[in-house]
Design a protein around this ligand. Structure first.
Ligand SMILES: Cc1ncc(COP(=O)(O)O)c(C=O)c1O
Length: 353
């Protein structure tokens, strides 16, 4: 604390990102990055962008990237908003659409950045408990609210929610925004993007950090009706007109345009996930059904903290959450390459022997 701090800063409880260790030769399965590199077309576009035009500001509206995204999803460019990582898109969403007198609703076990945005912007919120099997039950959200947000699949559980259930929620909840954070949707869950034109209150948020292998570039986007998108643009242009630089816009557009590479990467991760789950179950883990590029698993005998520490001694990093206590027995393990998953299983076998 410092006497120069504002009262707002003093009251903040910032988000704690997963560790990015400086050590080499780690098996890094803690922050749900993609184990494969980005599309070669994206890398070529990034390299090609390194020239004299960097003296100029980028396009504040990112028109070419928004056109690529719109074409991919068969929407209009005016239905697309882009930002510096989906974290920034989500931050703008909380201020633009979820700050009302009634509390915003989100699950008690979910992406831990949501309450942080509420703290930053002074937004009232209510945590809605997941069921005993860690599922979102949409009936629990049929209550007055200033908006609803959750990831699908949920994080850190990986459990997907059927689109029919999301539509049931949308039909019941028409007076406030419903935001579906689809950071992991490409690994096997049903996307709500296809129903955007039927529900004016629906905003869907995506990232290029997972299924497009571009966590280092920082690009996220939101899809929804033009009024919702306009609200986000108003916040952006009151904060930073140029959230994406020239290189990032070019690289991101090339990644979106390379549909074949994207589909190939997702299929590989999904196949590795199946093998990882089988390996974990054979060692006595209970694994929640996952439609994400990570799994949430609990060993029947050894606790999550002890297992994470022992894996770390063997240079394998996974994510463990102490809070809330209900998830403390679990490990969140990103799906790596088959070789990385095999190393993890071998290490766990020796720890549990
Ligand atoms: C559910 C969820 N939403 C959003 C994000 C943010 O992704 P990014 O800011 O890299 O786009 C993450 C990151 O792990 C996440 O787990």
């Amino acid at each position: 604390m410092s006497r120069y701090w504002s009262a707002v800063v003093e009251a903040l409880t910032p988000y704690v990102p997963g560790e990015q260790p400086k050590l080499a030769n780690l098996v890094k399965l803690n922050t749900n990055e993609c184990p494969y590199g980005p599309s070669p077309r994206a890398l070529a576009a990034l390299r090609a962008g390194v020239d004299d035009t960097l003296r100029l500001y980028p396009d504040p509206n990112c028109d070419s990237l928004r056109e690529s995204i719109a074409a991919f999803y068969k929407l209009k460019p005016a239905q697309v908003f882009v930002g510096n990582g989906s974290d920034e898109v989500l931050a703008h969403t909380f201020l633009a659409l979820l700050k009302h007198d009634d509390p915003v609703l989100f699950p008690d076990i979910t992406y831990s950045f949501y309450p942080v945005y509420c703290g930053l912007y002074g937004i009232a919120y209510k945590r809605v408990p997941l069921t005993t099997s860690f599922e979102i039950r949409v009936d629990d959200y049929f209550t007055p609210n200033g908006g609803i947000i959750f990831p699908n699949p949920n994080a850190p559980t990986g459990r997907p929610l059927a689109l029919a259930e999301i539509e049931r929620l949308l039909r019941a909840n028409t007076d406030s925004a419903v935001v579906i954070d689809e950071a992991y949707v490409d690994f096997g869950a049903e996307s709500a993007v296809g129903v955007i034109n039927r529900y004016p209150q629906l905003l869907v948020v995506h990232t290029l950090s997972k299924s497009r292998s571009l966590a280092g570039l920082r690009v996220g986007y939101a899809l929804g009706n033009v009024e919702l998108i306009e609200a986000l643009r108003r916040v952006k242009d009151s904060f930073n007109s140029y959230p994406l630089d020239r290189l990032t816009e070019a690289g991101a557009a090339a990644a979106i345009d390379d549909r074949a590479y994207f589909e190939q990467i997702c299929a590989k991760v999904i196949a590795s996930r199946t093998r990882l789950v089988t390996g974990l179950e054979s060692l006595g883990f209970d694994v929640l059904p996952s439609a994400a590029n990570f799994v949430f698993a609990r060993h029947r005998k050894l606790g999550g903290a002890a297992l994470a520490a022992k894996l770390r001694e063997r240079s394998i990093i996974v994510r463990h959450f102490r809070d809330p206590p209900r998830i403390a027995p679990f490990l969140r393990i990103s799906v790596g390459t088959d070789a990385q998953c095999a190393e993890l299983i071998a290490a766990l076998r020796s720890i549990l022997a």
